[in-house]
Ligand binder design. Structure first.
Ligand SMILES: NC(=O)c1ccc[n+]([C@@H]2O[C@H](COP(=O)([O-])OP(=O)(O)OC[C@H]3O[C@@H](n4cnc5c(N)ncnc54)[C@H](OP(=O)(O)O)[C@@H]3O)[C@@H](O)[C@H]2O)c1
Length: 332
């Protein structure tokens, strides 16, 4: 049995999803000779540390009852620097101003020889090459499938299954909130403000929806794609961004009468990065509805490959994190 020790830094929707996924897959993993042992968990109030392995059920229960997992005052950096383990799962909030606390957590992990698996797009949208170099310099893995497309395995598909292909371009829908709003506006012929309110009530849109509806979240994901897939040292400033706030039900109605839907499309290729509302034929593979995400990858050998799935959600995002963990376990 190969025991692999992990920490979970950030114990919100994603961090808890990872704990649940590890619990529910215990038997399957044991069958493959893998024992995933969580030795540290942090949230904003403190941490739980147990070098023999944390009881994940109790940790989840404590978080639910008390609002924190903490049994001590140690910080995330204390766990990363001082507790022996192999993989740091970084799932703290996305911050696109300075990337913190994720950037410091990931840097500390690399500098102490630990692999990083993350869902936190802030540090990658700001400092992708710096983080990649830090991982390479320390001979560890840096995996970030969950940062783009939630459960949709875009990077694994491109880097593993499509290895040998040259990627010519990628287009897709990478933000479920805006896709939900546009879908509801078109289907119900409702104005933007009303649908946004509904999305907020359902927990699909945040109280401050600016990052989603202005296209900032999509642009960050496109920057990560540009860096990871095209090797471009792109940053947020390189993306031409238009959001969805000015789209009217009348425009959607007109599109519909001509058999089109309007979607917030991200495009990377030919050295340009664009996020903008586009007309998409109703039967086109990119015309997915609701909160779904989709990516179409144009390659030189395989042609066009399109994948779609859930772009967010606690357990869906944990799926991508678990697959990155398994990659590291199998390749290290
Ligand atoms: N939710 C999704 O479906 C989804 C999908 C893809 C990617 N992501 C990304 O994944 C990350 C986590 O998302 P989430 O939805 O799980 O967010 P969340 O529910 O807000 O959870 C964030 C967690 O980080 C903790 N935290 C904040 N500052 C910290 C610090 N300095 N040290 C240690 N822990 C700290 C929070 O502590 P408290 O619990 O004490 O507040 C909370 O447990 C974000 O970067 C997000 O963009 C999320």
């Amino acid at each position: 049995m190969k025991t692999v020790r992990l920490s979970i830094i950030g114990f919100g929707a994603v961090g808890q999803g990872v704990a649940r996924a590890i619990l529910s897959k215990k038997e399957m993993l044991t069958g493959q000779g893998i024992d995933l042992c969580v030795v540290g968990i942090s949230d904003s109030k403190g941490s739980e540390i147990n070098v023999r392995g944390i009881d994940l059920k109790s940790a989840l229960e404590r978080k639910k009852q008390k609002g924190t997992v903490a049994t001590g005052n140690e910080s995330a950096l204390d766990i990363i620097g001082n507790v022996e383990h192999e993989i740091v799962v970084e799932a703290t909030p996305t911050n696109i101003k300075n990337g913190e606390p994720g950037f410091s957590n990931m840097s500390a992990a690399f500098n102490s020889g630990k692999h990083v698996v993350t869902s936190n797009k802030g540090p990658l949208a700001l400092c992708f090459s710096q983080l990649k170099e830090a991982a390479e310099d320390n001979g560890v893995f840096f995996r970030y499938e969950a940062t783009v497309g939630g459960a949709v395995p875009i990077f694994n598909l491109i880097h593993e299954s499509l290895a040998g292909n040259r990627v010519i371009g990628i287009e897709g829908i990478l933000n479920g909130t805006t896709n939900y709003i546009l879908t509801r506006m078109a289907e119900e012929r409702l104005p933007y403000d009303l649908v946004l309110k509904e999305a907020q009530e359902l927990g699909i849109a945040e109280t401050d929806p600016t990052y989603d509806v202005e296209g900032v979240d999509s642009a960050c994901k496109l920057v990560i794609i540009a860096n990871s897939v095209f090797g471009e040292a792109a940053s947020y400033r390189d993306v031409d961004v238009t959001g969805i706030t000015k789209i009217t039900p009348e425009a959607l109605e007109l599109a519909s009468r001509n058999n089109y839907v309007v979607k917030l499309i991200c495009e990377a290729g030919n050295g340009t990065l664009t996020v903008a509302p586009r007309l998409v034929p109703k039967k086109h593979p990119l015309a997915v509805g609701g909160t779904m995400n989709v990516a179409s990858i144009l390659t030189d050998l395989a042609g066009k490959i399109t994948i779609s799935g859930k772009g967010a959600g606690s357990i869906e995002t944990a799926s991508s994190i678990l697959s990155d963990i398994m990659y590291i376990v199998r390749n290290s």
